[in-house]
Design a protein around this ligand. Structure first.
Ligand SMILES: *Cc1c(COP(=O)(O)O)cnc(C)c1O
Length: 382
C-alpha cells in the first residue's frame, strides 16, 4: 500500500544527517530537533501552537483532557473511522455518540450530527477521513450555535487545505478549538516509529496541554493536574524535520496518482471514484490545482456490483496490495455497542463496509504501476 523504502532513498542524506545529529549529541529526549520541528510545523500549518506527543491516539486523548471534558459528557464522532477516535472518548469515561457519514465524502453527516446533539453534548470530533477535510464551515457553525468544542482528528489529512465559502483558506487541523495528528510511518507525514502532535491557536489551552503531556507539571516536580507521559523523541523529530519540506510534493504526488485512477475508472458504472467536495459547495472531482481539500491518505473506491470481496481476492492474487478500510463500523464493534444505536441510523456506513476498497496510494507510484493496477481492476469489474 505504501513504499517507504523508495521514499527514504530520495531523502536519505537529510534523514541520516538529522539522526546522526541526535546520536552525536545524545539529546534523545526533548532535544533541539524536537523544538525545531515544532517551530517548522507551526509555520507550515499557520498555527500558533504545535505540541508534539507520542502518537495520534495520545494526541486525541490529551486534547480531550486539555478541554476539561468530564465523565458523562457526550462527544459526537463518525461511525466510519479508525477505532482510535472513539477509543479515547470511552477511555476517558466520556460518552461516545457515533453518527452516520455522508455517502459522497465518507465524512460526518451534518443532519445526523445535528440530530445527535443533546444538552449533554460537549464536543464534536470530525475525522478528515482518507485525507479529505470534513465540511468544517458547517461543523463550526453547528458547534458555535450549541456551544460545543471541535476537535479535528487530522491523522489522515495533514497538509490538506480547507477553503471557506468566502475564499479564505486554512490548513486542516487548525480550524477547530484543537486538532490532532499522527506521524505513524504510513501516514502522509510519517516518522520511522511512533509520533503525534496537537495543534491549537488558543494560548491557554496550549499551556494546559503542555503540562498534561509532561505528567501534569508546569513547574518541575509540582504536579498541578493528572497528566500523562507522551513525548515525540528527538530521533523521530529529526526524521520529521527532514521530511516536512517535502510534504507539499508528497501531497502533489498522491493527488497525481488519484487523478490517474479517477480518469481510468471514469466510464465504469460499477466503480465509484472518490468525491472531493469538502465544503459541499463545489464538487471539484477534477482535482484542480487550486483546491487541495483532499490529500488522499487513502484512495478508496466503491464497487457497486457486489464483487468487492472477489476483487479484493483477485488483486491479491495479482500481487496488488489493497485493503478494506473499514470492514466493521464502530457502532457494531463489541467494545462500542450501545443500546441507543438503531441500525436504521447507520444506513451509509452499513453500505460502505460492503463496497469500499482502498488501492495502493503513496508518493512513489509510477505510471507503469498505476496502469497495471487500473488495467487489472478494469478487466475484472466490467
Ligand atoms: C492513525 C489514526 C489515529 C491514531 O494514530 P496513532 O499514531 O496510530 O495512534 C487516529 N485517528 C485516525 C483517523 C487515524 O487514521
Amino acid at each position: 500500500m505504501v513504499d517507504l523504502q523508495g521514499q527514504y532513498t530520495k531523502i536519505k542524506d537529510a534523514v541520516n544527517n538529522s539522526i546522526e545529529q541526535v546520536l552525536n549529541t545524545s539529546a534523545y529526549i526533548n532535544g533541539p530537533l524536537v523544538h525545531e520541528f515544532q517551530a517548522d510545523l507551526e509555520k507550515y500549518l499557520g498555527v500558533k501552537h504545535v505540541i508534539p506527543c507520542a502518537n495520534g491516539t495520545d494526541a486525541l486523548q490529551i486534547a480531550m483532557m486539555g478541554l476539561g471534558l468530564e465523565q458523562g459528557d457526550e462527544v459526537i464522532t463518525a461511525d466510519f473511522t479508525f477505532a482510535a477516535t472513539v477509543e479515547v472518548i470511552a477511555l476517558l469515561k466520556l460518552t461516545p455518540v457515533l453518527v452516520d457519514v455522508d455517502p459522497a465524502t465518507f465524512n460526518i453527516d451534518l443532519e445526523a450530527l445535528k440530530k445527535a446533539i443533546t444538552p449533554k453534548t460537549k464536543a464534536i470530533v470530525p475525522v478528515h477521513l482518507f485525507g479529505q477535510v470534513a465540511n468544517m464551515e458547517a461543523i463550526l457553525e453547528i458547534a458555535q450555535e450549541h456551544n460545543l468544542f471541535v476537535i479535528e482528528d487530522n491523522a489522515q489529512a495533514i497538509g490538506a487545505t480547507y477553503t471557506f465559502k468566502d475564499g479564505r483558506k486554512q490548513k486542516a487541523g487548525t480550524l477547530g478549538n484543537v486538532g490532532t495528528t499522527s506521524f505513524f510511518p504510513s501516514k502522509n507525514l510519517g516518522c520511522y516509529g511512533d509520533g503525534g502532535a496537537i495543534f491549537t491557536n488558543d494560548d491557554e489551552l496550549a499551556h494546559t496541554i503542555r503540562g498534561i503531556v509532561n505528567h501534569g507539571m508546569y513547574t518541575r516536580y509540582y504536579h498541578d493536574v493528572v497528566g500523562v507521559n507522551s513525548r515525540l523523541d528527538s530521533i523521530q523529530a529529526g526524521v520529521l524535520k527532514a521530511k516536512l519540506p517535502n510534504l507539499n510534493t508528497y501531497c502533489t504526488s498522491r493527488r497525481d496518482a488519484a487523478r490517474f485512477y479517477n480518469k481510468a475508472f471514469a466510464n465504469n458504472t460499477n466503480i465509484v471514484t472518490p468525491t472531493t467536495q469538502s465544503n459541499n459547495t463545489t464538487n471539484c472531482g477534477q482535482l484542480c490545482d487550486s483546491c487541495d481539500c483532499h490529500v488522499f491518505h487513502q484512495y478508496t473506491l466503491q464497487i457497486k456490483n457486489g464483487k468487492r470481496d472477489a476483487l479484493h481476492k483477485h488483486l491479491l492474487e495479482n500481487n496488488i496490495p489493497n485493503a478494506i478500510y473499514y470492514p466493521v463500523p464502530l457502532h457494531a464493534q463489541k467494545a462500542y455497542k450501545d443500546d441507543r444505536y438503531q441500525e436504521a441510523d447507520f444506513k451509509v456506513t452499513n453500505q460502505l463496509i460492503k463496497e469500499v476498497i482502498s488501492l495502493p496510494m503513496h508518493t512513489e507510484l509510477d505510471q507503469e504501476q498505476l496502469a497495471f493496477i487500473t488495467n487489472t481492476i478494469l478487466s475484472f469489474i466490467k
